[in-house]
Design a binder for this molecule. Structure first.
Ligand SMILES: Cc1cc2nc3c(=O)[nH]c(=O)nc-3n(C[C@H](O)[C@H](O)[C@H](O)COP(=O)(O)OP(=O)(O)OC[C@H]3O[C@@H](n4cnc5c(N)ncnc54)[C@H](O)[C@@H]3O)c2cc1C
Length: 587
C-alpha cells in the first residue's frame, strides 16, 4: 500500500514554514485553531486516505460506474467509503461554522485534499465538487437558499455538481443554450449538459446541481447567463425532479468517477431556483470555477506524489545492471539516470506543493483578513496565481506520471502495477476546469495585460527581495543564482508581452502557455529557495535527514528545472510569426 507518511513530513513542513499559516491563525475567523490542531487534521486525513480510499483506487478503476434505469451506480466500496467520509465530518472541513462546518483554514483543507486525491482521485472528485458548490452558494445564494442547502451539503448528505458544459459550449461558455423559464417562485430548466462529474450516484440522499442557463429574454453571450440550483430529488424527499442521466462516458481515466450526460427538463422542465441575480451567473460561475481550479492544481500535485511513491519503491527494489564501485548487480536506484528521473519528480512535487499551499494561505488572507490592504494584496496574488496553479502542476503531472512509468520499465506499462492508471487519471487534469490554453489566456489577458503588469510586478519584486537572505549561506548559492536568472527571464518575457500584446492580436495567444509555464517554474523555484532558507535557518533541525534531503532537492531544482525557464522565455518571445504562418491546408 502507498506510504502516506512519506509526503506527510513535507506537507507539514510546507504548511508551517511556507504557507503563511502563522499569520492566518491570527485572523479572527481561525481563532479556535492552532498549529497542533492543523497537524492532527492533516495526519487524520492522510490516515483516512491510506486506509479507506487508497484500497479502492485500482478496483474502482477496473469496475468503473454503471447506469441503471437512468441512475448511476458507483464502483463497489465507494458508497461505504463515502459514508465514512461524511461521518468523519470531512466535507465540512473548511465550511463556515455558520453552516455547520469546522471552519478550518484553507491550507489545512488543501493538505487534506492532497491526501485524498492522491489516494483515489476518482472518488475524491465528488467531495471536491461539493466543496465548490458550497462555496458558490455561500457567496451568491440568498439567506434562504444558504439555510436550505448548506447544512445538508456540509454534512455530506447532499452532494453538489457543476453543470456548465454543453456539446457546443466547452471552453466557450458564451454559447450555453440551456433554458430557464420563470414560473412563480422558481424556473423551469430544460437542456442537455455533458461531461458532468458525479452528476449522479446512489450514495447521497440528494444531489444539488448548479446549472448555468439562459432566460428567454437574456442578452447574448456571457452577460446573459444565470445560475440555478436544480435538486436531483428522486422523490424520497420531495417531488421527483425532471433531471435524468441517460448515459455516462467511456473514457481514458478516472473510471471510478461517472462523467454524465444530464438531461434537464425532458418532460415538464426541471424545477430550478436562482442563485444570485438574473443574468449575473458568470460571476457565480467564476467563484465556483476559481475554487475548483486551485483544487484541480492540487490534484496535479497529488497524482504526481502517488506516482512518485510507486516509482521510488520500485527503484529501491528492482535489481538490474552494475554500478561503479559496487559488487554484483545493483538496484536501479544506483543508476544516475534513474536517480535523475526520481529527482525530476520529487523536486517538482515539492515545488508545486509549496506553491499550491502558499496560494491557499493567500486565499485565507484574501477572504478573512480584517486589514483591507492585506486583503487586497492577497486577492491580487491569488488572482494572478490561480491560472498558474491550475495549469502548471497539471501539465507537469503528465510529465511526472509518465516518468513514473518509465522508471518501472515494462512493469510500468502493464496495468497491474497501477503506474499506468496514474498517467491515465492525470490526463484529465489539464483539460477540465478550463484547459491549459484557457488558463494561459486568462493569465496573459486578464491577469497581466488586464492590470498592466501590476500584480506580476509585485510578485517579481517580492521574489527578488529574497536574494539578500539567500546570499548569506553557501548552501543556497545554486538556487540563488538560478532563481535570479529565472526571475530575469520572467520579467523580460512579461515586459515583451506588455509591449507586444497591444500591438499584435496574436502575440499574447502564441506566448501564453510558455509564459504561464515559465511563471510556474519560477514560482516553484522561489518556493524551493524559501524552503532552503528555512532549512539553513534551523527549520526541521530535529530531522536532519529531511533537512538534508530538502537542500538537495532545492539544489536539483536549481540545476535541472529552473534552467527550463530560459527555453520557455525564448519560445514565448519568439512571437506569433511561425505559429500563424502555416496555412490551414498545410497542417
Ligand atoms: C472527465 C471530464 C469531467 C468533466 N467534468 C465537468 C463538470 O463536472 N462540469 C462541467 O461543466 N464540465 C465538465 N467537463 C468539461 C470540461 O470542463 C471541458 O471538456 C473543458 O472545459 C474543455 O472543453 P471542450 O472539451 O469542449 O474542449 P474545446 O473547448 O473544444 O477545446 C479543444 C481545444 O481547443 C482549445 N481552445 C478552445 N478555445 C480556445 C481559445 N479561445 N483559445 C485557445 N485555445 C482554445 C482548448 O484549449 C483545447 O485544447 C468535464 C470534462 C471531462 C472530460
Amino acid at each position: 500500500m502507498t506510504d502516506y507518511n512519506a509526503p506527510l513530513k513535507d506537507m507539514l513542513f510546507n504548511i508551517h514554514e511556507l504557507s503563511g499559516l502563522d499569520r492566518v491563525l491570527k485572523l479572527d475567523r481561525f481563532a479556535d485553531f492552532d498549529n497542533e490542531v492543523v497537524d492532527q487534521v492533516v495526519e487524520e486525513a492522510g490516515k483516512f486516505a491510506a486506509e479507506v480510499l487508497s484500497p479502492l483506487n485500482i478496483p474502482g478503476d477496473e469496475a468503473g460506474c454503471t447506469v441503471l434505469d437512468k441512475g448511476v451506480i458507483s464502483p463497489p466500496g465507494f458508497a461505504d467509503a463515502y459514508k465514512q467520509f461524511i461521518e468523519n465530518g470531512w466535507q465540512g472541513l473548511e465550511v463556515s461554522p455558520e453552516f455547520d462546518g469546522m471552519g478550518m483554514p484553507g491550507v489545512a483543507g488543501a493538505a487534506a485534499a492532497e491526501s485524498w486525491q492522491s489516494a483515489n482521485m476518482a472518488f475524491s472528485l465528488a467531495p471536491m465538487l461539493t466543496s465548490g458548490a458550497i462555496y458558490a452558494i455561500e457567496k451568491h445564494g440568498s439567506a434562504e437558499i444558504c439555510a436550505t442547502y448548506l447544512p445538508n451539503m456540509t454534512g455530506g448528505g447532499w452532494t453538489g455538481t457543476m453543470n456548465l458544459t454543453e456539446s457546443q459550449a466547452g471552453s466557450d461558455l458564451a454559447v450555453v443554450s440551456t433554458k430557464a423559464v420563470p414560473e412563480g417562485d422558481h424556473y423551469r430548466i430544460s437542456g442537455t449538459k455533458i461531461f458532468i462529474t458525479w452528476g449522479d450516484q446512489e450514495f447521497s440522499e440528494n444531489i444539488i446541481h448548479l446549472v448555468l442557463a439562459r432566460l428567454p429574454d437574456a442578452p447574448e453571450g456571457v452577460r446573459g447567463m444565470s445560475l440555478f440550483i436544480v435538486v436531483n430529488d428522486d422523490g424520497s424527499i420531495g417531488e421527483r425532479n425532471d433531471v435524468y442521466v441517460p448515459s455516462i462516458e467511456h473514457k481514458l481515466g478516472i473510471h471510478g468517477s461517472p462523467t454524465c450526460v444530464m438531461a434537464f427538463g425532458e418532460n415538464d422542465g426541471a424545477i430550478g431556483y436562482l442563485v444570485g441575480e438574473e443574468n449575473k451567473g458568470l460571476a457565480c460561475m467564476f467563484t465556483m470555477m476559481n475554487h475548483a481550479r486551485l483544487g484541480v492544481g492540487l490534484q496535479g500535485v497529488a497524482i504526481s506524489e502517488r506516482a512518485y511513491q510507486l516509482a521510488r519503491s520500485y527503484a529501491l527494489d528492482r535489481v538490474q545492471g552494475k554500478a561503479p564501485g559496487v559488487k554484483g548487480s545493483v538496484t536501479i536506484i544506483h543508476h544516475p539516470d534513474v536517480r535523475r528521473m526520481l529527482l525530476v519528480m520529487k523536486s517538482q512535487i515539492e515545488a508545486m506543493r509549496s506553491a499550491a499551499y502558499y496560494t491557499a494561505g493567500a486565499q485565507d488572507l484574501a477572504h478573512h483578513s480584517d486589514d483591507e490592504a492585506e486583503r487586497a494584496a492577497a486577492g491580487r496574488r491569488v488572482a494572478l496565481l490561480t491560472p498558474v496553479i491550475k495549469a502548471w502542476p497539471t501539465e507537469v503531472s503528465l510529465e511526472l506520471t509518465s516518468l513514473g512509468i518509465q522508471i518501472q520499465g515494462g512493469m510500468g506499462f502493464v496495468e497491474e502495477t497501477g503506474a499506468s492508471q496514474h498517467m491515465r487519471d492525470a490526463h484529465i487534469l489539464p483539460i477540465y476546469e478550463g484547459t491549459t490554453g484557457i488558463q494561459a489566456l486568462d493569465f496573459v489577458g486578464r491577469k497581466i495585460l488586464g492590470d498592466e503588469g501590476q500584480a506580476m510586478a509585485e510578485l517579481i519584486a517580492e521574489m527578488r527581495g529574497l536574494d539578500g537572505a539567500l546570499a548569506d549561506d553557501e548552501r543556497l548559492a545554486e538556487i540563488r543564482a538560478s532563481l535570479s536568472d529565472g526571475i530575469d527571464q520572467l520579467q523580460t518575457a512579461t515586459e515583451w508581452l506588455l509591449q507586444q500584446g497591444p500591438l499584435d492580436p496574436n502575440a499574447a495567444g502564441s506566448a501564453s502557455v510558455n509564459l504561464l509555464m515559465l511563471a510556474g517554474t519560477v514560482v516553484g523555484g522561489w518556493q524551493m529557495a524559501l524552503a532552503g532558507l528555512a532549512i539553513v535557518n534551523g527549520a526541521a533541525a530535529d530531522d536532519p535527514a529531511f533537512a538534508e534531503a530538502k537542500l538537495i532537492t532545492t539544489r536539483f531544482y536549481a540545476q535541472h528545472i529552473l534552467p527550463r525557464g530560459r527555453g520557455l522565455a525564448i519560445a514565448a518571445m519568439a512571437g506569433p510569426d511561425s505559429v500563424m504562418a502555416l496555412s490551414e491546408d498545410l497542417f
